[in-house]
Design a protein around this ligand. Structure first.
Ligand code: ADP
Length: 535
């Protein structure tokens, strides 16, 4: 059947229809003026009653000047200066000729009440000439809603910051309390080796926790400000897994937990990646598994190598399975949020900050990997991390597994540049344990002078603090490197600094240092570094 198409009746416009449309629109406006931009003559087209009460002229022949005078009287004093600056005929006409319309928002005073309005000017041209239509409407409700929204947002930001500070000061105070408390106990029981030993152990573990908290907060702030960067390089997964085994098997032994490690399915251990960050991700998850699993149960770490969809890469899958307390269904969606912790863990007073998994998830995301979790309350949890990593040359594998020989450092002389006595004392003690001799300079300038005075070959290495009075570590290093002779160009200078961001390390290298060790330092790591550079 053929459908008949009927003509749609067209509306018939005439002047009276236009007038009605204009009237309908005008009802939405506080006031509408029609102005002749060439003569400045104006006439009020329509105005609401409240507007009339402001006592503004309904017609005249100097629109712009009159408006400026009237507005000076009726505008909210806070908006006056801004309005008068823009409401100048030439400026407005320029904008209108360019854009066709112009809008500004300000507040008018209705008695004591200040009300937001929007003023819109439009330039129209018809056979009778150019007309400026200036309409003002009430946008008070809309502006107040917007303002309320802004206030709520800024309140939420303030609250988040306050929560953060409250969390932080609580989390810092707890281990600090233990450190201060046990230091006093040790002092009062100095002749009881058992008590002192016990106190030192507690001080040690609280310091360790405090340090990891500080590192987490730094990481989190770097992630949030977008400054976290991966430092990609040759990465030895075998070494990573070995270190994880060392660290976590110790944690597990303290709790009488059985941990199994299986990487029998990994064929390529040399990959391109950020070794420290990969280790951090896995340590965080395995440590949690151990932390949240009661004594006598099990934790398994499985590493597998699978084919990757990307050429030249393998997909590495790490599965960490525990038979611990598990995670509730309600909490699971929030597990990767910063500072979030499940209620039962806080109630049971298990130490933690709720930052570890937030950092872990961000780092995995930066590596374009995937992290997921399955869990059942009371039965256990399973975390899976999958990373596509480029596989490096096979040949290098053998060399990687060669055990590191320990260099003999006995009698080697180190110049330690450090302004703080306590830091210097700690480092001196550690160096003496390595059989080394140390001398100290309190700042960079003294360091440079000592190197010059003692002459070629006297020191075997320099340990350089960064932030110091008079001359900092960067300047001192540059000054030493600029001295004449191979000795000054080549003497190993190792930064020993609490400035431990990647960019700090990069700055040290750029200043001419050989390496960097973060304070507080692990004695073993210092020994390794000194051994590497002193020949
Ligand atoms: P933290 O352990 O410092 O509290 P995390 O971000 O590492 O912070 O973990 C957040 C929360 O997730 C923990 O407080 C805990 O409630 C829960 N959680 C993490 N891993 C496990 C796990 N293996 N078993 C049970 N709960 C876990």
């Amino acid at each position: 059947m053929k459908k008949e198409i009927q003509a749609i009746p067209q509306p018939q416009y005439n002047t009276s229809t236009y007038a009605k449309v204009a009237e309908a629109l005008a009802a939405d406006y506080f006031s509408i003026y029609v102005v002749d931009p060439d003569t400045d003559e104006f006439i009020e087209y329509s105005a609401a009653e409240e507007y009339d009460e402001l006592g503004v002229e309904k017609e005249g022949n100097d629109f712009f000047n009159l408006s400026r005078k009237n507005m000076s009287r009726i505008i909210d004093p806070e908006d006056k200066e801004r309005f008068l600056e823009i409401f100048v005929k030439e400026r407005i006409m320029n904008i209108l000729e360019r854009d066709g319309s112009f809008t500004t928002k300000h507040r008018l005073m209705f008695g004591e009440e200040s009300v937001w309005v929007s003023m819109k000017a439009t330039l129209l041209e018809d056979e009778t000439g150019r007309h400026l239509i200036i309409g003002t409407n009430n946008i008070d409700a809309q502006m107040r809603r917007e303002q309320e929204y802004q206030n709520r947002m800024s309140e939420a930001r303030d609250r988040a910051r306050n929560d953060f500070l409250a969390n932080m000061s609580h989390d810092i105070r707890t281990p600090m309390n233990a450190i201060v408390g046990y230091t006093n106990i040790a002092r009062e029981n100095i002749h009881d080796p058992g008590m002192v030993q016990d106190a030192l152990e507690k001080i040690g573990s609280s310091s360790h926790f405090l340090l990891s908290l500080i590192n987490d907060v730094l990481d989190m702030s770097k992630i949030e400000s977008g400054k976290m960067q991966l430092s990609m390089g040759d990465c030895d997964l075998a070494a990573v897994l070995r270190r994880i085994e060392d660290i976590t098997s110790m944690q597990a032994a303290n709790k009488a937990l059985r941990v199994t490690y299986d990487h029998s399915n990994v064929r390529h251990f040399r990959v391109w990646g950020d070794e420290l960050r990969i280790e951090q991700v896995l340590i965080n998850i395995v440590s949690n598994a151990i932390k949240y699993t009661p004594e006598g149960r099990t934790v398994d770490l499985l590493a597998e190598e699978l084919p990757s969809e990307q050429s030249g890469k393998s997909r590495y899958r790490f599965v960490i399975r525990d038979t611990g307390i598990g995670i509730s269904e309600e909490y699971l969606p929030y597990i990767f949020d910063s500072f979030s912790r499940e209620k039962n863990t806080t109630i049971n007073r298990i130490q933690g900050t709720g930052l570890g998994l937030a950092i872990t998830a961000s780092v995995v995301e930066m590596m374009e990997g995937v992290i997921s979790v399955k869990s059942k309350l009371g039965e256990g949890s399973e975390f899976t991390v999958e990373l596509d990593l480029e596989v490096m040359d096979q040949e290098e594998e053998a060399e990687a597994d060669a055990p590191k020989e320990q260099r003999d450092l006995t009698g080697k002389r180190v110049l330690m540049v450090e302004d703080l006595d306590i830091n210097a004392e700690i480092a001196e003690l550690v160096l003496s344990q390595f059989g080394m001799v140390s001398e100290r300079a309190e700042n960079g300038e003294i360091c440079v002078r000592m190197i010059k005075e003692k002459g070629e070959g006297y020191y075997d290495a320099v340990l350089m603090d960064i932030q110091m009075p008079v001359m900092n570590g960067y300047e001192a290093t540059r000054a030493i490197r600029a001295l004449s002779g191979d000795y000054c160009r080549e003497i190993p200078i190792i930064a020993m600094s609490a400035n431990a961001y990647d960019e700090d390390v990069a700055n040290c290298l750029a200043a001419g240092m050989n390496d960097h060790i973060a304070k507080p330092f692990q004695p073993e790591r210092l020994r390794e570094l000194l051994g590497k550079y002193i020949n």
